[in-house]
Design a protein around this ligand. Structure first.
Ligand SMILES: [Fe+2]
Length: 471
């Protein structure tokens, strides 16, 4: 075991800020651990699991929001002979380096400079997702270019230029190898209503990047891609520079603005985007989307109002909870609206699926769940939904334990859809450390295939992905 303490003491005391409490508190060391393996690691599971999350290098101010902390990558390498290794490293962005050199925080709320010395330094923390495309491992945060990390060492390589802002949620097309992506607030001024639509080829080169105007400036965290279409949800978590300059919230819930989904053919001009109305709800994450003739279906985690943000008038927002809902759009109907069909009453977030079927008809999904139905940021269970039988299976955790986004890995490249393993990092509250679970994806409530034990905790974070050995 090696350990390098990077900055500041580890925050382990209870914290007033809800974005730093419990397992949301950062760890301040960069470590290498050989993991203790309980059970047997499946033969076909060889590669690395990477997970990103916010981990502020220094204790931030009272306005800290989990969306802005410095990115930290947690990597789990699974090799032969039942061996598994863990390594975590900060994403050394420009902001991280400036603050590290200064020995104190220089950026404030929502990542904006709080010190004149860093006004020209980009405030992105690359803290939200970690994806692999065209041989590059890239840490992502909306609003910044991707930031490349070395796949083996997790050393910081640097920004990957895409011509502007980017998203934390690009989609990998399983048929073409393309990476399909977008950016919001894509124009030159802060908080503007422009969206960019982009495609990178299987070789990683940007093939197109085109700008168009949305009905208003909205926080568009994720988007929707099918085999032939791309959909941009513009939901009323509005961004407003004038409002922010008057002391109001930069982003606030404003349902009176209405809500829209922009739909276009993937290979068409952005001039053809058609805006289709949807009830004013909020979505961070779709699960998957697919086409049935002229109708597009998308299963997603839908909130009645935007959680974690104030109302547009500055009043405190609602502690809104998400449920699995299907959106359906009949493109043959000139007066089409989004039809919303609730699928489950279980509170959930972080939906995933077998991504070999991205944009295609599919059956199986998995997500983090909250069986107490009381929290936006903490999940005490994992869930598997079978969209064919409408059956849901839940794996509850021990009381106090929490879990993040589960990630599916197929048993073999040509295995049936949903046949494989589900990976998840669980915080063991009683011991204040974490376990890496390897579950049978078709029997998540059963005994794990293996549990990889960590000697310390992995802070709660956002998104992760599996990269198979040799890819
Ligand atoms: Fe996300």
């Amino acid at each position: 075991m090696t350990q390098t303490v990077i900055a500041g003491p580890t925050t382990s005391a209870p914290h007033e800020n809800p974005h730093l409490k419990g397992n949301l508190a950062p760890v301040r060391s960069e470590d290498d651990f050989e993991l203790k393996v309980k059970g047997r690691i499946p033969e076909g599971l060889r590669g690395a699991f990477y997970r990103n999350g916010p981990n502020p290098q220094f204790d931030p101010g009272p306005k800290y929001h989990a969306f802005i902390g410095d990115g930290m990558i947690h990597g789990f390498w699974i090799g032969d002979d039942q061996r598994a290794h863990y390594r975590n490293r900060y994403v050394r962005t420009d902001r991280w380096r400036a603050e590290n050199e200064a020995g104190r925080p220089l950026f404030g709320g929502m990542g904006r400079p709080s010190d004149p010395s860093v006004e020209k330094i980009h405030g992105g923390g690359a803290n939200t997702n970690i994806v692999h495309h065209a041989g590059r491992l890239m840490a992502l945060q909306e609003g910044s270019n991707p930031f490349q990390m070395d796949k083996a060492s997790l050393d910081s390589v640097g920004w990957v230029e895409t011509g502007g802002r980017f998203t934390a949620h690009p989609k990998m097309d399983p048929e073409t190898g393309e990476m399909v992506w977008f950016a919001y607030s894509a124009g030159d001024q802060p908080l503007n209503p422009y969206l960019d639509y982009g495609v990178s080829g299987a070789d990683g080169k940007v093939m197109r990047r085109d700008r168009f105007k949305a009905p208003y400036c909205s926080m568009v965290h994720d988007f929707i891609v099918t085999r032939n279409h791309v959909l941009f949800p513009v939901l009323p978590l509005t961004g407003d520079l004038d409002r922010a300059m008057r002391g109001g919230p930069a982003f606030g819930w404003e349902p009176d603005k209405g809500a829209w989904v922009g739909v276009m053919k993937r290979n068409a001009s952005v001039d053809t985007v058609r805006w289709i109305e949807v009830d004013p709800v909020y979505v961070f994450h779709p699960m998957n989307a697919w086409e049935d003739g002229e109708t597009i279906h998308c299963e997603l985690m839908e909130y009645p109002t935007a959680p974690l943000f104030p109302n547009a008038d500055g009043s405190e927002g609602q502690d809104s909870l998400a449920h699995l809902v299907r959106w359906s759009i009949d493109l043959s109907d000139p007066a089409a609206r989004v039809k919303r069909t609730p699928l489950d009453d279980l509170v959930g977030e972080f939906p995933r699926f077998d991504e070999r079927f991205a944009g295609l008809p599919y059956r199986h999904g998995w997500h983090a769940a909250n069986t107490k139905m009381d929290e936006t940021l903490e999940f005490d269970a994992l869930a598997h939904v079978d969209l064919k039988t409408n059956r849901r299976t839940v794996r509850p955790l021990e009381p106090g334990d929490t879990v993040g986004e589960p990630v599916f890995v197929p048993r073999a490249p040509n295995a049936d859809e949903g046949d494989g393993w589900l990976l998840a990092i669980v915080h063991r509250a009683a011991e204040n450390r974490s376990d890496f679970l390897i579950l049978n994806a078709q029997d998540i409530a059963g005994d794990p295939a293996a549990v990889l034990e960590l000697p310390r905790r992995v802070p709660a974070g956002f998104h992760g992905n599996w990269v198979a050995a040799g890819s």
